[in-house]
Design a protein around this ligand. Sequence first.
Ligand code: SF4
Length: 258
Amino acid sequence: MAKIIRAQRAKKTSAKSSVKTAPKQPAKKAAAKSAPKPAARKSTKPKPWTAAEVHEAFSRFRNANPEPKGELEHLNPYTLLVAVVLSAQATDAGVNKATRALFAVADTPQKMLALGEEKVRDYIKTVGLYRNKAKNVIALSEKLIAEFGGEVPRTRSQIETLPGAGRKTANVVLNMAFGEHTMAVDTHVFRVGNRTGLAPGNTPLEVELGLEKVIPSEFMLHAHHWLILHGRYTCLARKPRCEVCLINDLCRWPEKTV
Ligand code: SF4
C-alpha cells in the first residue's frame, strides 16, 4: 500500500513540474535564436558627387585640354553623320582610313548616290559590317534628299529616323556639328560614368541622363569628348591608369589603384 501511495505522489510531482517547465525549443530554432545577428548590409552605392566636386573635375579636364576634338575625320555635318554610322563596332582609326578616300569623292548625299552602293562598299570594305553599312549610307543619303532637302536635320528624333542612325549617332552629330549640349554615351563614357560614380546606370540612356543632370552647362559642349578621351587613354577598361588620372582623388571606384 505504502508503495502505491509513493508511486502516486511521484506521478503528481512529475506532472506539476512538466507544466511549469517551458517546452523545449527544437534544436535548430534555439541555435538560430542564440546566433549573433548578421551585420547590417553595407550599401554598395557610391556616395554621389557634390556639385563642387563635379565642377572641380571638369575644370581639370578643361585646363588639361581646353578644346578637345573628336577623332572621327569629317568635312561637314553629312560626312560626320556617315562617319558615325560607319563607326559602330569599329575603331575611329579604321573608319578614318576608309573615309579619307570615300569623302574625297563623295562629301554630299547627292555625290554618294551617284557613286552607288557597290562602289561605297569597295571604299569601306576594311570596316566591320561593311555590306550593311554601305546599304545604310545609300539609304540615309536618299532619305536626306527626299525628306530633308539634302541637309542633316537638327533634331534628335529626325536624325534617329535615318537608316543606321540611333540615339548615340544623333547625339554625336548634334554636339559636334551643331554645338548642342548632348551627351553621346559610347563604351568609354559608359565605363567612366559608372566607375567614377559620376552617373551610375545600367544602360547607356541612364548614364546619359545622369551625366546631363550633374554636369554644369558651361562644360556640356566638350564634356562628351573629355569623357571619351578619359576612358580611351586613362580610365582603360582592363588596366585603368589611376596613378596618372586627373580625377583620382574624386573617383569613387573602390578598385582604383591609388
Ligand atoms: S582613378 Fe582610376 S578608375 Fe577612377 S577615373 Fe581615374 S583611372 Fe578611372
